[in-house]
Design a protein around this ligand. Sequence first.
Ligand SMILES: [Zn+2]
Length: 54
Amino acid sequence: MKKKRIEKANLPTKPCTVCQRPFTWRKKWSKVWDQVLYCSDACRRGRRGGFGRM
Ligand SMILES: [Zn+2]
């Protein structure tokens, strides 16, 4: 098994689909990073418009 090391200074980021602000990878998302679309629970609940439903 390969171990992926993610260094603190080199964490991936991507923009929140709701507020468009970039957010940073978090450990709790390590398994679902590809599915994370929102920077916070507030954005997840308060999403506006018709962004894709997962
Ligand atoms: Zn957001």
